[in-house]
Design a protein around this ligand. Structure first.
Ligand SMILES: O=C(O)c1ccccc1NCC(=O)[C@H](O)[C@H](O)COP(=O)(O)O
Length: 262
């Protein structure tokens, strides 16, 4: 496992640019060593690979687009999502804009049997080492942030035994994810520069990925609030990732169940 190439984060625009610069500052002193290799468990990937559309339910307490959403207890929320039929849990660990923290991830991995995704803005190998140490099953890698280093970060994520959800928002980013050898690709409907949501992005790029021969797992992400909206990706996506509408619902198990109703 070689060292990772340096990232040029000054090219990342808008809110996302600010967040990733802050995260890079948080990890400036951390060791860039890859850490010990672990066997691939592929639990996250397997949980999304069934015949039904799977739900990745997100523990999301706040966000740049919504402000404060709900003061969720991470472990109780994850148990509620599990009861509501979620296949996997996503936990935001970014502290300034999403009110996340490492302890939230740690408490969720101890509270549920479901695989857990570390949702953060990965800009340093230490963030992946932490995810493995905290028993996450997967980590998010964003092509808009990692650019041409996506393949190297993917290799390190796999080296640590983790699955990677490789996130894209446009055709050029999809090409990077495919060339990097991603096994799980998430298409974000939210433009992270403007924060605008366009639910036509996921179906379009998911179809394109299949036309390009991608046989792995495809996840539609962001902006889903109703079963009608989820219906737009049934039969196309393997999974949907939903945060704000579930987290702000007041009854997480019921909201998860209702969202998945056909
Ligand atoms: O949610 C935001 O406002 C946001 C802003 C800047 C960077 C990332 C952001 N969200 C991360 C996500 O991708 C979402 O948490 C996730 O896909 C769920 O989206 P939603 O169901 O719309 O909460």
């Amino acid at each position: 496992m070689n060292g990772l190439p340096p990232l040029d984060l000054s090219r990342v625009p808008g809110v996302l640019g600010r967040i990733v610069q802050e995260r890079a500052g948080d990890y400036r002193e951390a060791s860039p060593e890859p850490g010990p290799a672990r066997p691939a468990a592929r639990r996250f990937e397997a949980s999304l690979n069934g015949p039904q559309l799977a739900l990745i339910a997100e523990v999301k307490r706040a966000s740049p687009s919504q402000g404060a959403i709900a003061p969720l207890d991470p472990a109780l929320s994850a148990r509620a999502y599990e009861a509501g039929g979620a296949s996997a849990i996503s936990v935001l660990t970014e502290p300034r804009h999403f009110d996340g923290n490492p302890q939230a991830l740690h408490s969720v991995t101890g509270a549920v049997d479901l695989p857990v995704l570390r949702k953060d803005f990965v800009v340093h190998p230490a963030m992946l080492r932490e995810a493995a140490e905290w028993n996450a099953a997967a980590a998010l890698l964003m092509v808009s942030v990692l650019g041409t280093a996506t393949g190297a970060y993917l290799e390190m994520t796999h080296h640590l035994g983790l699955d990677a959800l490789v996130e894209v928002h446009d055709e050029a980013e999809l090409d990077v994810a495919l060339a990097a050898g991603a096994r799980i690709i998430g298409v974000n409907n939210r433009d992270l520069t403007t924060l605008n949501i366009d639910l036509s992005v996921s179906p379009r790029l998911i179809r394109l990925a299949r036309r390009r021969g991608f046989a792995g797992v495809l996840v539609a992400e962001s902006g889903y609030r109703s079963p009608d909206q989820i219906a737009q990706v049934r039969g196309l996506a393997d999974a949907v990732l939903v945060g704000s509408s579930l987290a702000g619902s007041g009854d997480l198990a019921r909201a998860a169940r209702d969202l998945l109703a056909v």
